[in-house]
Design a protein around this ligand. Structure first.
Ligand code: PGA
Ligand code: ZN
Length: 437
């Protein structure tokens, strides 16, 4: 039974405040820290920020107070193993669909901490607590960020993530090792470009290191301004590392197109160009034809249903079409996208949904639809590794965490390595990607 709930402000990987919640149930306890996005969608559950002067308005003291004053009383005395029942009273207490009254960061904070407390109380790993009766699934195939642009990098490159998917790897540790080599090769190429561009190191030593800048998720910021050049750089890095582009290491891209879509003019503002819907669909289809791409996330804006359907008609039988802002881990939006045949894979972010139970339901609904779920971190994270357990517990098959750098990313990759060692569970591998057979 829940005996105490506390919440306080901590700082995330961007140095911004976020909510940490601790739930106690007698001798057992669990702690969870809420992540935060930069390229957030309009249809996500609403994150509550204090405004005012503290932390540039990004404080979360009110969300923490909401946990202590309003949510703690309604969960007190409930069994920590009743995740669905607790999530229901949390949502009812907020009273809004998008959790805007108390804040989704308050609600998810409690929901996540309850899951951890249940693991402690029952002396089981979190992934086993989150698993349905059938038990936990395989270690997920990671899609790993190598190059960054968009809102995560403040660079010329408008596309947000260029990721490596080690589709030929046979184990999870091999998947990491593979992308480590690709990332290092990409870093060497970017350093060489910077050296030849005369980008001197602070020591003034022209032959010294010219380490590439690193973005919010640990990806390198390349000195290229268009997507084709970034795809080519990644293909070269895959070859440098000794892998076959496409067959052994394929490319995923998160276009995050909502953020360069100009709704007033109904145009995509892509690096100086203004593309209409048909031209944007052509552009993305052109990338898929020209490069070894296996997955495309948010190629069109979050409410451009027509554009999504056109693209899905053209390429949906060949590549994974992954909805992030489009679906916002929301059951109603997933149902609409299913009906329209607008995508074939769903990004799953707990803080878009607002509770562990809502997250689980959207993930399971995407599996029921024959779609591929991809559990995902946010660009603002802490060393909380809950999503690693979620991906295995619910057998998502894929995970997206960021690059192989920065401890808030590695905490999750390393959690999966620990589970790989402790279990003899399988690895989802390249078959986890949509379109599924
Ligand atoms: P975000 O980025 O956390 O800034 O939204 C992640 C993503 O777009 O997938
Ligand atoms: Zn995204």
């Amino acid at each position: 039974e829940i005996t105490d709930v506390d919440a306080w402000e901590v700082l995330d990987s961007r140095g911004d405040p976020t909510v940490r919640v601790r739930v106690e149930a007698g001798d057992a306890a669990g702690t969870f820290t809420v992540p935060a996005g930069a390229s957030t969608g309009a249809h996500e559950a609403v994150e509550r920020r204090d405004g005012g002067d503290r932390y540039g308005g990004r404080g979360v003291r009110e969300a923490c107070a909401a946990v202590r004053d309003e949510l703690a009383p309604v969960v007190a005395g409930r069994s920590v193993t009743d995740q669905a029942g607790i999530d229901e009273v949390l949502v009812d207490c907020d009273g809004t669909e998008n959790l805007s009254r108390l804040g989704a960061n308050a609600v998810l904070g409690v929901s996540g901490a309850v899951a951890h407390a249940a693991a402690d109380a029952t002396d089981r790993p979190l992934y086993a607590v989150l698993a349905p009766d059938a038990g936990p699934g395989d270690l997920p195939m990671p899609m790993i960020n190598v190059l960054s642009g968009g809102l995560h990098a403040a660079a010329d490159l408008p596309i947000q993530d260029f990721l490596a998917v080690p589709v030929g790897a046979e184990t999870y540790p091999e998947a990491l090792e593979t992308v480590w080599a690709v990332r290092r090769a990409a870093g060497n190429r970017i350093s060489a470009d910077r050296r030849s561009a005369g980008n001197r190191s602070p020591s003034g030593d022209g032959d010294g290191d010219h380490p590439p800048p690193v973005a919010d998720e640990g990806g390198f910021v390349p000195s290229v301004a268009d997507a084709d050049a970034a795809f080519e750089l990644l293909v070269d890095a895959i070859r440098d590392a000794g892998y076959a582009p496409g067959d052994e290491v394929a490319i995923a891209v998160d276009v995050a197109a909502t953020h360069f879509y100009d709704a007033d003019r109904d145009r995509y503002a892509l690096a100086g160009e203004r593309l209409d819907r048909a031209a944007m669909v052509d552009r993305v289809a052109g990338w898929i034809d020209a490069h070894p791409i296996c997955s495309v996330e948010d190629p069109l804006a979050e409410d451009d249903w027509d554009g999504w359907e056109r693209l899905a008609d053209r390429v949906g039988d060949r590549v994974q079409l992954l909805g992030d802002d489009l679906l916002a881990t929301n059951a109603d939006r997933l149902a609409r996208a299913r009906g329209a045949g607008a995508a074939n894979a769903a990004l799953i972010k707990p803080n878009q949904a607002g509770t562990i139970t809502r997250t689980r339901r959207v993930l399971e609904a995407s599996q029921d639809a024959g779609w591929a779920p991809v559990v995902s971190a946010r660009s603002g994270e802490t060393c909380d590794a809950t999503i690693a357990d979620l991906a295995i517990g619910l057998d998502a098959g894929q995970i997206k965490i960021g690059s192989l750098a920065r401890s808030e990313r590695l905490a999750k990759y390393n959690r999966l390595l620990g589970i790989a060692r402790a279990s003899d569970g399988g690895f989802a591998g390249g078959d986890a990607l949509a379109p599924l057979d």
